[in-house]
Design a binder for this molecule. Sequence first.
Ligand SMILES: [Cu+2]
Length: 297
Amino acid sequence: MKRSLKTVLGAACVAMLFGHAALAQSAAPDPTAAANAYVNAPHNWQLWFPVAGSPMQAKIDWLMQYVLWIMTGVVVFVGALMVYVFFRFNAKANPKPSQVTHNTVIEVIWIVVPVLILAIVIIPSINLIYYEADDTNPYMTVTVTGHQWYWEYSYNSVPGLDYTSYMIPDDKIQPGEIRRLSVDHPLVLPVGEKIKFVITSGDVLHGFYLPSLGVQKYAIPGTNQTSWTIIDKPGTYYGQCNQICGLNHDAMPIEIKAVPLADYLAWTKDALANYTDNTITQPFSSPLPHNQLALRN
Ligand SMILES: [Cu+2]
């Protein structure tokens, strides 16, 4: 009895997998194919930020380098002064310490110089904060909802287009996919257009984090946060939930397929026609712990 149930379940799984593959093949040509030309993913031994894929991330990158070099200058200068003081004014080298307690010139310098340093840091920082906050006049808006443990994307400008996106479990990874980053149904977006994200949550705190596109916002139940991006060129971009949200926090990556506008429009028609009840059903994973995932499939 037990074996026959297993056989039936196995057959059902195979049918689902083949059904899924057949659907993907029949939908040729794939409107998201242009996104395969360029993959913006993390790699081993990577340093610094990912390659910027949007003007926002390019600005963030610039500001990070700018502040880093100023900070390095301050650390080197203060460190060198301290080392000098340790050697020049220790009890052995300088047995009779000076009794001077005030020096107006040096006191003015050590107030004014740090104020100037703060000013040259704060001006580009505030500029960037205003730039990031300006989500006006987007070409389109996507409502992103975090769930335990998957994402839901709802296209505000395409009525009925609302679907879920699950990570592909390790044992289902196909060639060309990236373990722990690829998903069953990516977020498809046009390049060169301003895309606004309205970010919220259906249960607990999540984080919608797209490091190569300069987007990072908490997904908070009961409220909306907004962000935006303009993707520079067609490609596949990745992100992850970056707010500890429970057991499978690590299993809700974000995969974005960025394609030319015409392809994006073709994809929306495709998606509306192919998604049952306008919601993509996902055959691969479930919001279950990894050990239960294996049992289920
Ligand atoms: Cu999460």
